[in-house]
Design a protein around this ligand. Structure first.
Ligand code: PMP
Length: 415
């Protein structure tokens, strides 16, 4: 049950020069960013004539724009199964901004502990490291941890305030047992924050059933353009304190001596918002919701095909757990071939786009590649000396529901 894949993306096939000859581009970098879908482009085109200021004008266009913006806010809360009575959607640019905003807004101090894991993308590590003390749940060589390790971190003293965990890994595609992890945190009164950048595009999320307090994700990984992400968060966490970004729209009254902040969500909506991006994001969510079943079946076919192709390549080792459910992606190393060379030759000799390096997850890569402390220290010394080309890393190929099965075979041939 595969979807009519690429046709869903705007613009159809792209031709790129390979050895001076045009060749169809094979995009296997969906975990980084996906092209916009036709449905998203249509929604944007229909909206563009109405493009106008949100909550800042009395005219019909402004009212219409404001209404579309607020409708999107509601539909995105529902999209991730959150309760409109308790949760609200904010529109940061992306996951990174959403998590920075939240880490700032929780009013953490150096005495607070945040439990996070060795799996995390830097976006779900550095904002917490900036404001609080980290307690890291470590991973095995397979790149996984079990629920018991999270429980132990939650039970250690002092009691943490936040558990910040990824819903799915951008490196291995591994899906932690979110429901058990979130339940353990909630039982202990610890806030549950989920980095949904990879999870949301590939799996339905039910925030209410899971008991998640905040979930951040990006539109550009789910067929919407750059510049609009979402943070769905328990409204109570936004009631106190100054917003992350201050300015017009976030306030009720301003004098030189005093500011009366607006209520959520306006308090966290300073400046003219990206209403076109938000309309696009809501359209992408609607399309994703309507195609979840078919997308999932197709992605499961893709990941099996990927594993079969990779298994035939001599000297290739895939990182992460050997078996079990995962996203349609694979990170790997090949004996004797630098990762940059593999990715570069796939692009130049075959017109295949993949990513290589550390995937903004240095601690995780160090674990997956079993680097010792001395190697990590060298890694930092090289980075300080601006020798980034010496950093350890891997190659990642990643699919979306719009990837053709044939493209996986093309990759196998090329490798
Ligand atoms: N978390 C994960 C798991 C990701 O894969 C990414 C994107 N690579 C991010 C966070 C950050 O997303 P963005 O760059 O859109 O802020």
């Amino acid at each position: 049950p595969t979807l009519p894949a690429r046709e869903r993306l705007v613009g159809g096939d792209l031709l790129v020069p390979v050895g001076g000859v045009p060749r169809r581009y094979v995009d296997l970098d969906a975990a980084a960013t996906t092209s916009a879908s036709e449905a998203v482009v249509r929604a944007v085109q229909e909206f563009l004539p109405w493009y106008s200021s949100v909550h800042r004008g009395a005219g019909a266009k402004s009212r219409f724009s404001s209404a579309r913006y607020e409708e999107a806010r509601e539909s995105l809360v529902r999209f991730v199964g959150a309760d409109l009575a308790t949760h609200v959607a904010l529109f940061p640019r992306n996951t990174t901004e959403g998590l920075n905003l939240l880490a700032f807004r929780l009013g953490l101090t150096r005495d607070d502990v945040v439990v996070t894991t060795a799996v995390e993308h830097h976006a779900n590590l550095l904002p917490w490291r900036r404001h609080a003390r980290l307690r890291i749940v470590d991973v095995a060589r397979s790149g996984t941890f079990d629920v018991g390790a999270v429980v132990a971190a939650l039970d250690a003293r002092p009691t943490p305030r936040v558990l910040a965990v990824s819903g799915a890994s951008n490196v291995t595609g591994w899906l932690p047992e979110l429901s058990a992890i979130a339940a353990a945190a909630r039982e202990r009164g610890v806030l549950v924050v989920v980095d949904g950048a990879q999870l949301v595009p590939h799996r339905p999320v039910d925030m209410a059933a899971l008991g998640i307090d905040a979930l951040a994700w990006s539109g550009h990984k789910m067929f919407a353009p750059f510049g609009a992400g979402c943070l769905v968060v328990d409204r109570r966490l936004l009631v106190e304190g100054e917003p992350f970004l201050v300015g017009g729209g976030a306030v009720r009254a301003v004098s030189y001596d005093e500011v009366v902040w607006a209520d959520p969500p306006d308090r966290d909506d300073a400046g003219s918002p990206n209403v076109v991006g938000v309309v696009a994001l809501a359209a992408a969510a609607e399309e994703l919701h309507a195609t979840r079943g078919a997308s999932r079946s197709h992605e499961d076919v893709l990941v099996r095909a990927l594993d079969e192709e990779l298994a035939t390549v001599p000297g290739l080792r895939r990182l992460g757990p050997a078996a079990g459910d995962r996203l349609p992606l694979a990170a790997f190393v090949i004996d004797g071939m630098p990762y940059g060379e593999v990715a570069g030759r796939l692009a130049e000799e075959h017109g295949i786009g993949v990513r290589s390096g550390c995937f903004c997850a240095h601690p995780y890569l160090s674990r997956l590649l079993a680097l010792g402390d001395d190697e990590v220290a060298r890694f930092h010394a090289d980075a300080r000396a601006d020798r980034d080309d010496r950093l350890p890393g891997a190659v990642r190929v990643s699919c979306s529901s719009a990837t053709d099965l044939a493209d996986v075979a093309i990759l196998g041939e090329a490798l």
